[in-house]
Every structure is written in structure tokens, then in C-alpha cells.
Design a protein around this ligand. Structure first.
Ligand SMILES: Cc1cc2nc3c(=O)[nH]c(=O)nc-3n(C[C@H](O)[C@H](O)[C@H](O)COP(=O)(O)O)c2cc1C
Length: 339
């Protein structure tokens, strides 16, 4: 079981209000407690009882399979979790709760099944994006009343937002802080994409791509947009409000669904690894990401906007929701909303 999953399971339980769901949640909550006490058999039995009165998710099924495995039962498999949409083959193989199943032929078959589903989803991803619309972003502000010291002092991960729209100017400002061009270079080589940016980048190779999943932004119809630092604009790549899908892809973290918009970071690793190899893979790309994401955190303080860097999600599901190209890997989701 993943610690974050446990946390999310508990917070979902606290929030749920319907009577039937409450008894289901009470039982699941008790099962989680039993799991934490090492009473795996009891935990699994109680969870299965709960499934008779509620609506279990793939995480419920997965965690119950973990309990069975820890209780020494090899007969209970992960098939229910997989049928309910579980898609993390890597974690199944790494999860120490499932050690007893690793190497078992039935388990390995399930890993192959999940991997096949993942491969199919990946195959459906585009090689290039079609532009549905181009949105010129408002000119960002280059000054404010918030000192850098104040922004550093007040920066926090914030997971509760007002139910109010963001403005296009606020989106523009956040994107500029993330990866906006601060030193345009005339006739710059393609990899510079217009010039040097707000965030440093190993070799100025800029492996990051930034998307906006917009649901409630004034003057920006709901949809998925890709940020183009050159020209400071957005390219619309998908229609419709994708926040609920993104929330499901990010382990049901409520703040993803509730924020008016999220920015999503991906990286084309080869831009950096073609030059720097293993060092680029293991260090530079994520260092680049950290620089840019911290800019977002600090800019958010000055705009009275809350955000949180989210690293826990299903990679392939996020790629599908955002309609990322095949060559990209998703790295962070940062919901943004007024506080
Ligand atoms: C790599 C990384 C991954 C994170 N993933 C999540 C996440 O999935 N969900 C979440 O709510 N917060 C996530 N956080 C935010 C941390 O929980 C948060 O930074 C930490 O609790 C410290 O709080 P602060 O940012 O307010 O100082 C992540 C932070 C980092 C740096």
C-alpha cells in the first residue's frame, strides 16, 4: 500500500456524508486501522465485507489484495483492482506488500495484462499536437509589491481554493514565471525556443513542456492548452473541462478537482540526455523542473494564489487526459486557485 493512498483514503472517508457511504467508509477506515496494526487477515475480511455495502474503487481493491498477500493468502489476486482500472504495473512489481505474489505465474500474467493496457494507451497518444486555437496571453507584470523575501517566507503548499475563477492575466503571469522568456535571442537555435527563460536549464536545453488544464478561467474556455514561451501564447489542444479526469489520474487528490485550473509539467528527456546521458536523466531534468516549479510557487504568493506541487499520479493516465505527445513524461501537476 502506498502511504499517500492511505492518506487519501482517510481524507475521502472524512469528507463523505451519505449514510450508506458512511458505513462503507467506517468499515474501510477500520480496515485501514487493522492494516496499520499488522492485522492483515482481519483487515482484508472487513474490507471485503465493506464492498458489499459500498462502491469500492480500484484503490480499495488493490489495498485489500495487499492485505491478503500480507496475510499469506496467494489465492486472492489483483484482478478486481485491474478490472476497476488499476494501471500501475511498476508499483505492483515494487510493492513490498505483494512480495509473496512476486514471481507467481498468475501475478506475472496480471502484470503483462496491465502492461498491455498501458502500451495501448501510449500508442494512442499523438506524435504532434493539432492546434485548435491560439490564445495570445496578456503581457505579464515585471514588478509587484511582494518582495522576494516575503514570497519566500510565505510560500506554502496550499490545497484549498476559493470557488472563484482565475483570470487570463493570472494564468499568463504564472506561466511567465514558470518558463517565460527573459532574454530573447534573435535567430536562436530551435532548442532555445526563443531565448533564455525565467528558470535556469542545464545547457539551456529546456526539456520542460507546460500545459494548462483550465476549467474555470475568465476568457479562457475550458480545455487543455500548451504553453509556448516563444510569443507567450497558449495553443489549445483539447476541448472541455478535464479536471475530474485529472483528479482521477492523480489518485483522487481533491485539490486537483477543486482548483479552477492546473498547470502540468512534462519533460522531453531526450533534449537533455542526448547531450548529458545518464547525468541528464538522473539529475538535470528534475533540477530544471524544481527551478521552474519554485518560480510558480513564489509567483503564486505575489498573486494571492495557492498551489501545490503534485508528484503522485498515474503517469499514463495523466498523459492521456492532457493529450501529451508520445515523447513526453509527466512530472508535476500544480493546481492553482485563489486563496
Ligand atoms: C517531489 C514532490 C512531490 C510532492 N507530491 C505531492 C502530492 O502528490 N500531493 C500533495 O498534496 N503534495 C505533494 N507535495 C507537496 C509536499 O507535501 C509539501 O511540499 C510538503 O508537505 C512541505 O510543505 P510546504 O510545501 O508547504 O513547505 C510534493 C512535494 C514535492 C517536492
Amino acid at each position: 500500500m502506498k502511504k499517500l493512498r492511505l492518506l487519501l483514503l482517510l481524507s475521502a472517508i472524512i469528507i463523505t456524508t451519505t449514510l450508506c457511504a458512511k458505513s462503507f467508509d467506517d468499515m474501510v477506515s477500520k480496515a485501514v486501522k487493522l492494516y496499520n496494526e499488522g492485522k492483515y487477515q482481519e483487515a482484508a475480511e472487513l474490507a471485503e465485507e465493506a464492498f458489499q455495502v459500498g462502491d469500492p474503487s480500484m484503490d480499495h481493491y488493490y489495498n485489500t489484495a495487499c492485505c491478503w498477500a500480507l496475510a499469506g493468502n496467494k489465492e486472492k489476486t489483483l484482478s478486481q483492482a485491474i478490472d476497476a482500472g488499476w494501471l500501475d504495473a511498476e508499483w505492483m512489481q515494487a510493492d513490498r506488500d505483494l512480495t509473496i505474489l512476486h514471481g507467481d505465474a498468475r501475478f506475472e500474467e496480471l502484470v503483462v495484462k496491465v502492461q498491455k493496457t498501458l502500451d495501448k494507451l501510449e500508442q494512442g497518444l499523438p506524435i504532434k499536437h493539432n492546434s485548435l486555437a491560439i490564445i495570445e496571453l496578456p503581457e505579464p507584470a515585471y514588478d509587484s509589491d511582494t518582495s522576494i523575501e516575503k514570497a519566500l517566507k510565505e510560500r506554502r503548499s496550499i490545497r484549498k481554493y476559493k470557488d472563484k475563477p482565475l483570470s487570463l492575466s493570472e494564468i499568463s503571469q504564472i506561466l511567465w514565471a514558470a518558463y517565460g522568456i527573459t532574454k530573447p535571442i534573435k535567430d536562436a537555435p530551435a532548442f532555445l525556443r526563443g531565448g533564455l527563460k525565467t528558470a535556469p536549464s542545464a545547457g539551456a536545453l529546456y526539456p520542460l513542456e507546460i500545459y494548462v488544464v483550465a476549467g474555470n478561467v475568465t476568457d479562457l474556455p475550458a480545455g487543455v492548452y500548451k504553453y509556448k514561451p516563444e510569443g507567450h501564447k497558449l495553443i489549445k489542444i483539447a476541448d472541455g473541462d478535464k479536471r475530474t479526469e485529472l483528479y482521477k489520474a492523480s489518485l483522487n487528490q481533491d485539490w486537483v478537482k477543486e482548483a479552477p485550473a492546473s498547470i502540468i509539467y512534462s519533460a522531453v528527456f531526450s533534449r537533455t540526455t542526448d547531450i548529458y546521458g545518464k547525468r541528464g536523466q538522473e539529475r538535470y531534468v528534475c533540477m530544471d523542473l524544481g527551478h521552474s516549479a519554485e518560480n510558480v510557487y513564489l509567483q503564486a504568493v505575489s498573486l494571492n494564489i495557492g498551489t501545490v506541487a503534485i508528484g503522485a499520479f498515474y503517469d499514463t493516465k495523466v498523459k492521456v487526459v492532457v493529450n501529451m505527445t508520445k515523447e513526453e513524461e509527466p512530472l508535476y501537476i500544480m493546481p492553482i486557485g485563489k486563496i
